[in-house]
Design a protein around this ligand. Structure first.
Ligand SMILES: Nc1nc2c(ncn2[C@@H]2O[C@H](COP(=O)(O)OP(=O)(O)OP(=O)(O)O)[C@@H](O)[C@H]2O)c(=O)[nH]1
Length: 390
C-alpha cells in the first residue's frame, strides 16, 4: 500500500498536470465556452491544498488544517461553479459561501476549542459530499451526453467514498489522529482526490470536446443567416427521403422557392437589408409549415422545402399557404416587402432520382417566374419520366 504522504504528493502533481491540460484545452478551444477557466484553475488550487498538507510538522497544525481545508473547498467550488457556468445554470454564490464558512467555522472549533480529528474529518467529508453530490446532479440533469453521464457517475462514486470516510471516522480514528495516519479507508479517501480528480478533469476535456463537435455540426447543418437547414443538410435529407421512397413507397414532395426581384431589394436598400429580408422570409415560410417539414437554403435567395408524405396535390396546397404567408408577412419597420415564386414537384411523378426531382421543381419555378411571379406552379411530368413509365 502506498504511503499516504506519497499519495498526497501524487495528488498535488496530478492536479498541476491536469491544470496544464485544461489550460491548454482552453487555449485551443473557443473562448466563449463558459466555465472552462474555473475548471482549469480548480486543480491548481487543489494542488495548493495538497502542498499545504505536505507541510505537516513545518507549519502549525491549526494553520495547515484551516488553510488546506479552505483551499480544498475553493477547488471544489471552482469545479462546481465552472460546471454550472458550462450548463448556463445559476447557483446562489452567497448561500454556498455561507455554507462553506459555516463548515470551516465548525472545523476551526474542533481544531482549537475541542480538538478532535474525528469530528473534523467527518464534517469535512460530509461538506465535500454536498459539493460533489450537487456537482454530480448538475451533470446528471444537464449533461445528456456520454461525458455528462460519465462525470455524474464518477462524482456519485466519489460521494460514496466521502460518505464512507465520514461514517468511519468515529470507528477507526482517535481524537488526536492525523491526516497521514494509515488505514485502508484513508488510503481510498486520499486516492479519490488524486485519481478521482484526474478522471474528473478528463471528463471536463471530453465534455468540452463534445460541445465543440456539436457546434461544428451545427455550423455544417444550419444556415447561420436564416436559421434554415444548410444546403448540405437539406440535400442529405432529400437523399434520405429518396432512399425511403425506394424502399417503402412513401411519397414526398418538394417546393423550390425564389424571392422575386431580390436583386432590386439589394440594389435599393443595400446588402445588409437584403440579409434581413432573407431572414424574415425564412421565418414566414417556416410559420406556414408543419413541424415535420424542413426548410433549407439551396443557395442565395433560393430555398427548398421538403414535405414528407405529401403528394403533388397536397404540396400545392402547402405552397399556396407559403406564398400567402410571405405576401402577408408583417414586415419589420424599415424592411421592404417581398413575394415569392414557387415550383412544386413530387417524387411519385418526377422519376426515381433527386436530380430529376430538382429539375422538375426548377422547371415549375421557371414557369412561375415567367408567368408573372408571386405564383405557385406544379411540375409537368418530364418526357423521360413518361418514357420510363412506358
Ligand atoms: N443580401 C443578400 N443577397 C444575396 C445573398 N445571396 C444572393 N443574394 C443576391 O440575390 C440576388 C439574386 O438576384 P437574381 O438571381 O438576379 O434574381 P432576382 O432579382 O430575385 O429576380 P427574379 O428571381 O427573376 O425574380 C443577387 O443580387 C445576389 O447578389 C445573400 O446571402 N444576401
Amino acid at each position: 500500500m502506498l504511503d499516504l504522504r506519497t499519495i498526497n504528493s501524487i495528488t498535488g502533481m496530478m492536479a498541476l498536470l491536469m491544470a496544464f491540460v485544461l489550460l491548454g484545452m482552453r487555449h485551443y478551444y473557443p473562448r466563449r465556452m463558459p466555465g472552462t477557466l474555473l475548471w482549469a484553475l480548480s486543480p491548481i488550487v487543489g494542488g495548493g491544498s495538497s502542498l499545504v498538507f505536505a507541510l505537516e510538522g513545518i507549519l502549525p497544525a491549526a494553520l495547515i488544517a484551516m488553510l488546506g481545508n479552505s483551499l480544498s473547498f475553493a477547488s471544489a467550488a471552482m469545479n462546481l461553479f465552472g460546471t454550472a457556468a458550462f450548463y448556463e445554470q445559476s447557483l446562489n454564490r452567497r448561500r454556498w459561501l455561507g455554507f462553506t464558512l459555516g463548515v470551516l467555522g465548525v472545523i476551526a472549533c474542533f481544531m482549537l476549542v475541542w480538538p478532535d480529528y474525528r469530528v473534523r474529518v467527518a464534517v469535512f467529508a460530509l461538506a465535500m459530499t454536498v459539493y460533489t453530490g450537487t456537482h454530480a446532479w448538475l451533470h446528471w440533469r444537464h449533461g445528456l451526453s456520454f461525458a455528462g453521464r460519465f462525470l455524474a457517475v464518477l462524482l456519485f462514486v466519489r460521494c460514496l467514498v466521502l460518505l464512507a470516510r465520514a461514517g468511519s471516522a468515529p470507528l477507526i480514528d482517535a481524537a488526536d489522529s492525523t491526516r497521514f495516519a494509515a488505514s485502508l479507508i484513508q488510503t481510498l479517501y486520499l486516492s479519490s482526490f488524486s485519481v478521482g480528480g484526474m478522471v474528473t478533469c478528463l471528463g471536463f476535456v471530453l465534455l468540452a470536446s463534445e460541445r465543440i463537435r456539436a457546434e461544428f455540426e451545427r455550423l455544417l447543418n444550419v444556415d447561420l443567416l436564416t436559421g434554415a437547414a444548410s444546403r448540405r443538410a437539406i440535400m442529405q435529407a432529400l437523399e434520405g427521403e429518396v432512399e425511403r421512397w425506394r424502399r417503402t413507397d412513401r411519397v414526398f414532395s418538394i417546393l423550390l422557392l425564389d424571392i422575386d426581384y431580390f436583386k432590386r431589394i439589394n440594389d435599393n436598400y443595400g446588402h445588409a437589408v437584403g440579409d434581413q429580408v432573407l431572414t424574415q422570409f425564412a421565418n414566414s415560410v417556416k410559420s406556414a409549415l408543419r413541424s415535420i417539414d424542413t426548410l433549407g437554403r439551396y443557395g442565395g435567395e433560393e430555398f427548398i422545402v421538403l414535405l414528407p408524405e405529401n403528394d403533388l396535390r397536397s404540396a400545392a396546397i402547402v405552397a399556396e399557404r407559403v406564398r400567402l404567408a410571405v405576401e402577408r408577412q408583417i414586415v419589420e419597420a424599415g424592411l421592404p416587402a417581398c413575394t415569392t415564386s414557387i415550383g412544386c414537384a413530387s417524387i411519385a411523378d418526377s422519376g426515381p432520382t433527386l436530380p430529376l426531382l430538382l429539375a422538375q421543381a426548377d422547371a415549375a419555378l421557371y414557369t412561375a417566374k415567367r408567368e408573372g411571379r408571386n405564383a405557385v406552379r406544379l411540375a409537368e411530368p418530364p418526357v423521360h419520366a413518361a418514357a420510363l413509365a412506358n
